[in-house]
Design a protein around this ligand. Structure first.
Ligand code: GDP
Ligand code: MG
Length: 438
């Protein structure tokens, strides 16, 4: 699969220490092939690879990441962009009454998705009304009614009327006058795009002025889905895409191409036939799913935020001259704490499974204790712990509400850490590759 192939590329990259331009270009060739095999649009792939290569070769060096991690992060960031960035939220009308018009080819999943969307919005406390405008097959109206009943929402239908535009308008009026706050209009599809279909949709659009037109696309149809999206966007104008059947054996190509080609984001993903199988679409989650890295990227980003670049440089200098003090130690602890609760940080590292008996609360408490102890020291003591004699220890323990043993333990931990950091700061140690990100 695409995910497996990309992971192979990254594994190879991780195995290298320093990356040359050729390493990066070779890796990008493989990424390109994997994307093309996944049926991603050729032009999209080309642009994607160009951007990533450019950024990866000319990248600024982030000290907290290894070269391979930096390349992976660039691929990830660009993939998030490709999938829609932050621009994927469903818009509600400021008037308090929103209309969503479902459009798409026959069999793409409009009726099913209309029901799923109603269920999702109902869960958010909204009161949606489904409106049946696929009047060409009586079975289609019935299908929407069945779906509505399944999710416990109302459905507006008119078996006698033979005018989809009129039904849409009446349905919307019914919704407004009956205190619904959302109307979801299910429309007819065709096997192929044709003028008759588009004319009807354009007429409905101008009659009801939907808050959003949502194009329902079948992910299984690959590149065709992208062509369909382009046509609907050009001829009708769409606001967002719902990609269905992503649970099936799709290669992902449509999802990765459609935003770049149409400029319109995917807003929801259909993940099955059941009414609860609709997910809000998050480009970052999708990208890490595709890149198969669990939440490692979240961890990398958190680490970057937390570790102030300048502080890291100062620390490095201090380590070189071995002037690392308890004050720096406290700083380090604060940086680690900024990353979030210990349990959360550790659970984000893929491949680490914790046994049940790890006591995180104890870890948090220990951190607080250490902070209290260091805070009770004088500036001189923090700079030079060797002056801390027994009477000073007693004073510090009193001031921090701890014991002399606690103070002793901390001082030993500090010496251990100093020794460990001295090793890390030794360039030959780093080169041997012993110090690697998990
Ligand atoms: P419409 O013609 O566009 O209204 O399409 P339908 O809503 O009738 O759906 C066509 C078929 O696709 C039905 O069998 C649905 O159950 C199925 N379907 C819709 N969405 C999904 C999805 O996300 N995953 C899967 N596996 N099947 C889906
Ligand atoms: Mg239908």
């Amino acid at each position: 699969s695409l995910s497996e192939k990309l992971q192979d590329v990254f594994k190879k990259l991780r195995g290298k220490g320093k990356l040359t331009e050729k390493d990066i270009k070779d890796a990008m060739k493989e990424v390109k092939l994997a994307l093309l095999e996944a049926d991603v649009n050729y032009k999209v792939v080309k642009d994607f690879i160009n951007t990533v290569t450019q950024k990866a070769v000319g990248e600024e060096v982030l000290e907290s990441l290894t070269p391979a991690q930096q390349v992976i992060k660039i691929v990830y960031d660009e993939m998030v962009n490709l999938l829609g960035g932050n621009d994927t939220k469903l818009t509600f009308s400021p008037s308090g009454f929103s209309i969503y018009m479902m459009v798409g080819l026959q069999g793409s999943g409009k009726t099913t998705t209309a029901g799923k969307l109603a269920a999702l919005l109902k869960k958010q406390g909204k009161k949606p009304l489904l409106i049946a405008c696929d009047i060409y097959r009586p079975a289609a109206i019935k299908q929407l009614e069945v779906v509505a009943e399944k999710v416990g929402v109302s459905c507006y239908a008119d078996y006698d009327k033979k005018d989809a535009v009129k039904i849409a308008v009446e349905g919307v009026n019914f919704a407004k006058s009956n205190r619904f706050d959302i109307a979801i209009v299910d429309t007819a599809g065709r096997l192929h795009i044709n003028e008759e279909l588009m004319n009807e949709l354009v007429a409905i659009k101008s009659a009801i002025k939907p808050t959003e037109i949502l194009l329902v696309l079948d992910a299984m149809t690959g590149q065709d889905a992208v062509n369909v999206a382009e046509a609907f966007n050009n001829q009708l104008g769409i606001d967002g895409i719902i990609m269905t059947k992503l649970d099936g054996d799709t290669r992902g190509g449509a999802a990765l191409s459609v935003k770049a080609i149409t400029g319109k984001p995917i807003k929801f993903a259909g993940m099955g036939e059941k009414m609860e199988d609709l997910e809000v679409f998050y480009p970052d989650r999708m990208a890490s799913r595709i890149l198969g890295m669990g939440d490692i990227l979240t961890l990398i980003e958190k680490a970057q935020e937390a570790i102030d670049q300048k502080k890291a440089e100062e620390l490095e200098k201090k380590l070189r001259s071995m002037q690392f003090t308890l004050e720096d130690f406290l700083d380090q602890l604060k940086q680690i704490k900024k990353m979030g609760p210990l349990s959360q940080i550790i659970s984000m590292i893929p491949g680490i499974k914790l046994k049940g008996d790890v006591d995180f609360d104890a870890g948090e408490k220990e951190l607080k204790k250490i902070e209290a102890i260091i805070n009770s020291m004088t500036k001189e003591e923090r700079q030079d712990p060797s002056i801390i004699n027994s009477s000073r220890k007693r004073r510090i323990a009193m001031g921090s509400g701890t014991t002399v043993q606690d103070v002793n333990r901390l001082l030993k931990q500090f010496e251990d850490m100093k020794r460990m950091m001295k090793q890390f700061s030794n360039p030959s140690f780093a080169k041997k590759g012993k110090f690697k990100f998990p």
